[in-house]
Design a protein around this ligand. Sequence first.
Ligand code: NIG
Ligand code: FE
Length: 407
Amino acid sequence: MSCDRLWRGARLAMMTGGKGDPLGLVGDGIVAVADGRILWAGPAADAPGFAAGEVVECGGRWITPGLVDCHTHLVHAGNRTGEFVARLGGADYAAIAEAGGGILATVRATRAADEAGLVAQSLARLDALLAEGVTTVEIKSGYGLTLADELKMLRAARALAGLRPVGVTTSLLAAHAVPPEFRGAGIASPADAYIDHVIAAMLPAAAGLADAVDAFCETIAFSPAQIDRLFTAARAHGYAVRLHAEQLSDQGGAELAARHGALSADHLEHLGDAGIAALARAGTVAVLLPGAYYFLREIKAPPVAALRAAGVAMAVATDLNPGTSPLASPLVAMNMAAVLFGLTPDECLTGMTVTAARALGLGGRIGVLRPGHDADLAIWDIDHPHDLVCRIGPNPLWRRIFKGQDT
Ligand code: NIG
Ligand code: FE
């Protein structure tokens, strides 16, 4: 059999495993790639003979699928370190938001930036993710909140994929906060009026620029009824949906997300039993974001044991954003998921690969070392994949491969 490139002498964490071997570990493995896709991956002993254009000797290093960061707000402008300092002094995130800071502070900075400036500011954050083995990243809008500024953010996110070897998937998060121009001004329900505008103007205009529609279900953002209207319209336009749910309080957001067949419900610190059951029934992925929990110094962790018992798949992401999670490190996010939330190291690793891919609706293409999948690989100088969860620094990435090419 002929292939373009072949990696051998590697240990593999294929992420194909089931019970007893969730990581799909292989002691002496081979990965063969042709036309940017995996042609064959598995134990050397089972491999067919390959005529390879190039052979890479891995010297016992570990190959995993490239990491998938399935929840980020990495395109944004501005700086909210002042809020971090204020929170350390006792200020409350919700109170800062109600006073026009928080998300709206980043909205002001992002509106003031042009598309090229946004791209330039965001590249450094993207590069930090790539340096730790990320090969696919989800990027949300949500700091524009006007049609023009939301589209500008989505175009900036798409542009990043042309500047770096990385897969980018986008979510329209117009329903992130009620914009200032809808507040007051004699409008009876500013949030409802804004949702009407998102439905009428933004959903049609973002076709092709956004892969999914996201929203923030919270007392300081939008109600389940408002998001129900948005998601009904979004699905009619053919968008997948996902939701920031139960981050600060239990709003029944996870049940709403499940009812709409959402790809994921994210955060979930305040998730209750009804929400867990709904996610399990719908097959909606629970995306856990320990960075936001950590930076907000929350004390109520998501109900990981109950999610596990109910069979809800759990993903882990950085939530990289300027306010609640200025964290551009997937490896630290995995460490936090283990230490703060009690995920097992195996759950952290599947949560940043195979399950994260599912949360993006890309489970058939990335996240697993499987023939036909994109040849997106991370090769690590480690003794065991658990090292990726156990340590904070130094960065053990040896090579990052995107669609078969070294990057
Ligand atoms: O995922 N929860 C809402 N949105 C973001 C943070 C927004 C912000 O504070 O800028 C999050 O935590
Ligand atoms: Fe978020």
